[in-house]
Ligand binder design. Sequence first.
Ligand code: 5RP
Length: 232
Amino acid sequence: MDARLLKMEAARAALAHVEAGMVIGIGTGSTAEEFIRLLAAAVADGMPVTGVPTSERTAIMCRELGIPLTTLDDVPHLAMTVDGADEVDTQLRLIKGGGGALLREKIVAAASDSMIVIADETKLVDRLGRFPLPIEVNRFGLAATQMAVLKASEKLGLSGRIVLRMAEGTPFLTDGGHYILDASFGLIHDPRALSDALHAIPGVVEHGMFLDFADVAIIAGKSGVKTIKPTR
Ligand SMILES: O=C(CO)[C@H](O)[C@H](O)COP(=O)(O)O
């Protein structure tokens, strides 16, 4: 089965959690886009649902497909959010931000009663860190922030390349107008310690580890769709 079909299967299972009248967070990325297509079909069939998009890219797609949208300013508390991930570990800790939307994704997930993660089985890992960790940083003082991230990670015994994300020859800009550093630390033994260390750096806006966010992961694989809940 190809990856797209698996993403569709996970998205289909997530749609079963959506109830009429809900306001839900809508994630970013190719898996979230499968969910958006299915949600749009449900809306076209008369299902009353409103979405809060986690990126401009998602907002554009939702508008094109006729999904009503609102913002956290109008609806600050959501029933749930459905989003993809770059990595999901056995405790449902995530790495997100491959698509550059980690800040809005985290804000929307934090405003939601529950976060449903949808992914194909290639995203499942024993330990986070194979996927480079996206770190959203303020443009001001980039080199100083990059050095501070390096020092903080070295203190935790992590090493690896930290590179500025580029897009078509210029630095990638997030929807919030920030840069992204992609940090290839390798396996992250203590995600909480790294999270705290990154949050202590003033130039770091947010990082892509989602710890204690996901309530359910719907993982589609060759042998079917399974639902994982955290052991915490
Ligand atoms: O975090 C994200 C965007 O910021 C995405 O959810 C993540 O990159 C997974 O994307 P895809 O479903 O395309 O593999």
